[in-house]
Design a binder for this molecule. Structure first.
Ligand code: TYC
Length: 103
């Protein structure tokens, strides 16, 4: 017969610790030379933005000096920055994208 007075020890619940990947911001920086149309083209091609969104992001950088383009993992951020910078370099434009960790 089972002994009902025996207190069972609670089982330890093991919670797996999964670290959240640190997120990175891709920033677009203004300059005085790159045509607005070229900036929006790069945003559309590399970041898959619509005409409207790319224009808005470009104008934000134009007016305020920089704009956040996207927030993503480090790998993706660095790949996107490289793709965008390669297009700019090939076209002889000083356009600058950078990636930095989010606070
Ligand atoms: N300031 C540029 C011009 O007037 C346009 C521009 C906008 C360039 C945003 C870069 O990130 C940029 N031709």
């Amino acid at each position: 017969m089972p002994d009902r007075d025996v207190a069972l020890k609670p089982k330890t619940v093991v919670k797996p610790k999964v670290e959240k990947p640190r997120l990175y911001k891709v920033l677009l920086h203004n300059d005085d030379y790159t045509p607005r149309e070229f900036v929006t083209l790069v945003l559309k091609v590399v970041f898959r933005m619509s005409e409207e969104t790319s224009y808005r992001v470009m104008m934000t950088a134009h007016k305020f000096g920089s704009a956040v383009v996207v927030v993503c993992t480090r790998d993706i951020a660095e790949t996107k920055v490289k793709e965008a910078m390669d297009l700019a370099k090939d076209a002889g434009m000083p356009l600058l994208f950078t990636a930095e960790p989010e606070e």
